[in-house]
Ligand binder design. Structure first.
Ligand code: GCO
Ligand code: MG
Length: 405
């Protein structure tokens, strides 16, 4: 079943998404997500110039071989741009295989391990009280796992809170140059243990809480935070410290029993190898779009399973609904799946471009039974909303030193 064309679209229904369509000789096509926040056009060019010409004429059924051809066969392995390109092609090929078989992709991955996919929602606010009121709304909607982020008093903008923006699309969609935010570990420590103390006092044990430090702390500071949060029994603490040096987590791990999660920026199994085989983390958060698609994610999940580490795929608004659909097929069929991050199905315009029949029920997603990934992309509608350059923020300490964002 020969590949006859590969198309790449960059659309901006409020924020940028890179979508890939692989078309075969009988007209069957598959869709993939290649969105790389703030570097969208680099992936677009990579696919157009360096991937598409090599795929025309290849057999769309040879998913693993094409994955290896684009990974091992390129000499310049790994990296976010290469891996986002591979990811999108890989998702599209799984979509095609499912459509040809007449089966949803999760059936090709081994079938259902559970009835639905457990989610964690986001609650964020300008104050602790505001954040907890948002958490109460999530509980009313049926969620029993909630990530809490509150604005840090005295700092210019805080990661994970909306400020005066109405949603994540408005927050992240239109920043033609990187905005600057401030960081102070001292001010952060004044807020965060108190946030979780109040959450526990207000909601008790029925809800599980999570938190994303977004890599702002040094390893010993992360260890301290983990210890301070132990009484509140977090489901996990995410990205406490950066782990380019994976050994950072050895130190954190030895000081705290707060479960640790990491990996949303990782591109391959090699980025998390030491973390997994030393059991320094509890949840691996790679995303299909950034870690080589369904094929890449499956390799990581199976490796993690040996060490009792569960998956918790990244679910930020900068991953398109195609990635989310791919995650659903993985999550429902992966035995060591833990939990999926969820921030809604996108804004109204985005929902007219990406169409699917995934259902949200009681804090869980009921996965589509449509053949393939079960998602459609309206090209005509997408073309109305053209690419707009937009960047993630950068972070500085109060004295101006550049810091991890
Ligand atoms: C999360 C992430 C996001 C990232 C974003 C960057 O846990 O959802 O940390 O908020 O910052 O995906 O592009
Ligand atoms: Mg995160």
């Amino acid at each position: 079943m020969k590949i006859t064309d590969v198309k790449v679209f960059v659309t901006n229904p409020g924020r940028n998404f890179v979508t890939v369509k692989v078309i075969t000789e009988d007209g069957t096509y598959g869709l993939g997500d290649a969105t790389l926040n703030g570097r969208e056009m680099a992936v677009h060019t990579y696919i157009e110039e360096h991937v598409k010409p090599c795929l025309i004429g290849r057999d769309a059924h040879c998913i693993e071989d094409i994955w290896q051809y684009l990974y091992m066969g390129v000499y310049w392995r790994r990296g976010p741009i290469t891996m986002a390109a591979i990811a999108a092609i890989d998702m599209a090929l799984w979509d095609i295989k499912g459509k040809v078989a007449g089966l949803p992709v999760y059936q090709l991955l081994g079938g259902k391990c559970r009835q639905g996919v457990r989610l964690y929602a986001h609650a964020n606010g300008e104050t602790i009280e505001d954040t907890l009121d948002k958490a109460a709304q999530c509980i009313e909607q049926g969620f029993d796992a909630i990530r809490l982020q509150a604005a840090i008093p005295g700092l210019k903008e805080t990661y994970g809170v909306l400020g005066d923006k109405k949603d994540y699309f408005e927050l992240q969609g239109n920043r033609p140059l990187p905005p600057e935010q401030e960081w102070s570990t001292k001010k952060y420590f004044k807020l965060v243990p108190e946030l979780f103390a109040q959450a526990k006092a207000r909601f008790g044990d029925d809800v599980e809480f999570l938190h994303d430090t977004h890599s702002r702390l040094t390893p010993i500071e992360s260890a301290k935070l983990g210890k301070l949060l132990e009484p509140y029994d977090l489901l996990f603490l995410e990205d406490a410290s950066i782990a380019e040096n994976q050994e950072n987590y050895k130190l954190i791990r030895h000081h705290t029993t707060t479960p640790l999660a990491l990996g949303e920026t990782y591109n391959t199994i090699w980025d998390c190898k030491d973390l997994i085989q030393n059991q320094w983390i509890d949840y691996i958060r790679t995303a299909a779009t950034h870690a080589g698609g369904i094929t890449g994610m499956k390799k990581i999940a199976d490796f993690a399973a040996i060490y009792n580490i569960r998956t918790a795929p990244h679910g930020a608004p900068d991953l398109s609904p195609i990635c989310f659909a791919a995650h659903m097929h993985l999550n429902i069929s992966t035995h060591n799946f833990g939990i999926q991050e969820f921030v809604g199905f996108g804004n109204e315009i985005s929902q007219t471009i990406f169409k699917h029949d995934m259902r949200l029920e009681n804090g869980m997603i009921i996965v589509s039974d449509a053949p393939g990934l079960g998602i459609e992309f309206d090209e005509v509608q997408a073309e109305k909303y053209t690419y707009k350059r937009s960047y993630l923020p950068v972070s500085r300490l109060e004295d101006g030193t550049l810091w991890h964002w």
